[in-house]
Design a protein around this ligand. Structure first.
Ligand SMILES: NC(=O)c1ccc[n+]([C@@H]2O[C@H](COP(=O)([O-])OP(=O)(O)OC[C@H]3O[C@@H](n4cnc5c(N)ncnc54)[C@H](OP(=O)(O)O)[C@@H]3O)[C@@H](O)[C@H]2O)c1
Length: 332
């Protein structure tokens, strides 16, 4: 698979990345052997960008990645790690800690769990009102100088925070939700990222499965599935959103591709600086996602896709109210 530089200063990454979150947390039960087989299949297909977080399964996700990389050349992988989220034993969320000592502590545990001496891209999952972004990036810059971190990334920050961060140390990429039904970054955040030469690693490209073509109204979500609490997955919102998927399915079928492939191909079509992070946790899902790389979209296709799913058509916000309040990217 072709690689390109992530942003102006980032590592060389494949056209798609693999996000590992659902292999340990948030989307209900996952099969560990199948998760590792999926990571291997991704690496074998030339996909090198692997995204995790120290709080995904409280370290489980990093140890899974370590196991998957055993016997492989670690330097062929670009490991992206998020930190800062505080959890409890019930799996709950207790805010964000970005104090310098906390960041150094998070990193020390991460390096040990991953069995490596450096993280390729290290990023706070959310900002914290207690520590200015300049101080957070300053701490990360020290870790770059020390050789423990290669590149600094951010997650879900708005344009102003991105500018302030980039003024302290070059930022490789901004990880942020972007899909046919989450286009909020287009007005301000994406233009500023482009102006600064910051790459975008897009998550939620399939809106956590909602616009994958595989989600149905009757599927339901278990108690450990965080989608239970997402406004787009419930009640009337879910019905309206699945109607958008049905419209998209017609466009996909006319092209002889699947809904997931057309949704991923649409994000790919938005620019070479945008790298979709695919949340596959099974090899069949991964294979489907990789098929998106072969889907060429012309002007007519793009018009048909946007007619099926017009910008702003999704019913419900992308997170619940409490979580939306923690998103620097959603501040006016
Ligand atoms: N920075 C942040 O705030 C943030 C937030 C969320 C996620 N992320 C990162 O982004 C990664 C991607 O997660 P996401 O939830 O955004 O992923 P996504 O690709 O939008 O959705 C993943 C879900 O879609 C379903 N799916 C159905 N068909 C698929 C296909 N062909 N390929 C892939 N998935 C398919 C899967 O469910 P089944 O397994 O049931 O099939 C999977 O659980 C995460 O792993 C994480 O690394 C970052």
């Amino acid at each position: 698979m072709d690689t390109r530089t992530l942003g102006t200063i980032g590592p060389a990454v494949s056209r798609l990345g693999l996000g590992l979150m659902g292999m340990s947390d948030l989307y209900g039960a996952a099969d560990e052997a199948e998760s590792i087989a999926t990571i291997h299949a991704a690496l074998d297909a030339g996909l090198n960008l692997l995204d995790t977080g120290d709080f995904y399964g409280m370290g489980h996700n990093e140890m899974l990645l370590r196991d998957a990389l055993r016997g492989r050349n670690r330097d062929n992988a670009v490991i992206s790690v998020k930190f800062g989220a505080l959890r409890d034993a019930e799996g709950g969320w207790n805010g964000t800690d970005l104090r310098p000592a906390a960041i150094k502590n998070f990193l020390a545990y991460t390096l040990r769990r991953l069995g490596t001496d450096h993280v390729d891209i290290y990023r706070p999952a959310r900002m914290s009102s207690d520590v200015p972004v300049e101080d957070v990036v300053g701490t990360l810059a020290d870790l770059v100088t020390a050789g423990h971190v290669r590149h600094i990334g951010l997650s879900e920050v708005g344009a102003e925070t991105l500018r302030r961060a980039h003024a302290v140390h070059p930022i490789a990429d901004l990880q942020i939700e972007y899909s046919l039904i989450s286009r909020g970054i287009e007005t301000e955040i994406l233009p500023v990222a482009r102006e600064l030469g910051v790459g975008v690693t897009a998550y939620g490209v399939l809106s956590r499965g909602l616009i994958s073509g595989h989600w149905t109204a009757g599927r339901g979500t278990g108690p450990t599935d965080f989608r239970t609490h997402l406004p787009r997955f419930t009640g009337e919102n879910l019905e309206r959103n699945l109607a958008l998927v049905d419209a998209l399915r017609k466009v996909a079928e006319a092209k002889g591709v699947t809904v997931a492939q057309i949704a991923i191909a649409w994000v790919l079509s938005r620019g070479e600086d945008i790298v979709p992070l695919i949340g596959a946790r099974r090899r069949d899902r991964l294979a489907e996602a990789l098929g998106a790389l072969e889907v060429g979209l012309g002007a007519d296709d793009l018009a048909a896709i946007e007619a099926a799913v017009p910008a702003g058509a999704a019913a419900g916000s992308r997170y619940d109210e409490a979580q939306m309040a923690h998103l620097d990217s959603e501040r006016a």
